[in-house]
Design a protein around this ligand. Structure first.
Ligand SMILES: [Zn+2]
Ligand SMILES: [Zn+2]
Length: 179
């Protein structure tokens, strides 16, 4: 099994209903701070008009990421929708020259009758994640001075004096003089 489909297997009248699960290794999302921890469930429909193919569906999986504040690994369920248009690769255009379309529908070019959903699925899983992922919205992060994880522990550095920005401290003092 893979994310590949042959154009000829997509009926023009009804389209092709897809409901399948792929091993999480299939996409190669396996970095220490960003890895799939669940298999990839793909559901949706491939429809076809001549040689233009359109996919609309859902991707479900689970992603392990590193928290951008406390650097702990955490898992989040991923459930994203996907709309991709597949056009036959023009003979004279190099494959990397993608046309920009004025819509949020991704356009892919295919060769040799092979519709491959792997790249759009890969993109959609990663592009829908926040740039600075957080293990929880109120993650306290690490102490900037001693590095302790403030979600799990407290430290002695946590006095008001040390947390205040030095520039603000100057302002505070000046404010006192004005009064
Ligand atoms: Zn965190
Ligand atoms: Zn500390």
């Amino acid at each position: 099994m893979s994310f590949k489909f042959d154009l000829e297997t997509i009926p023009e009248d009804t389209g092709l209903f897809i409901e399948q699960t792929e091993k999480r290794e299939t996409l190669g999302i396996d970095q220490p701070g960003c890895a799939l921890v669940e298999d990839i469930e793909l559901t949706g429909n491939l429809s076809r008009l001549g040689r233009d193919v359109f996919f609309k569906g859902q991707v479900k999986t689970g992603l392990r990421q590193e928290c951008s504040r406390c650097l702990e690994l955490f898992d989040t369920p991923v459930e994203v929708s996907l709309s991709t248009c597949f056009l036959p690769q023009p003979e004279d255009a190099p494959p990397e020259e993608k046309e920009l379309h004025a819509s949020d529908i991704e356009v892919e070019y295919y060769r040799e009758n092979t519709i491959d959903l792997a790249q759009p699925v890969f993109d959609q899983i990663l592009l829908t994640q926040p740039l600075n992922p957080l293990c929880r919205p109120d993650c306290k992060g690490l102490c900037a001075q001693c590095g302790v994880n403030l979600n799990l522990d407290s430290c002695q550095c946590e006095s008001d004096e040390s947390r205040i920005d030095p520039r603000l401290a100057v302002l505070e003092k000046l404010k006192g003089k004005i009064k």
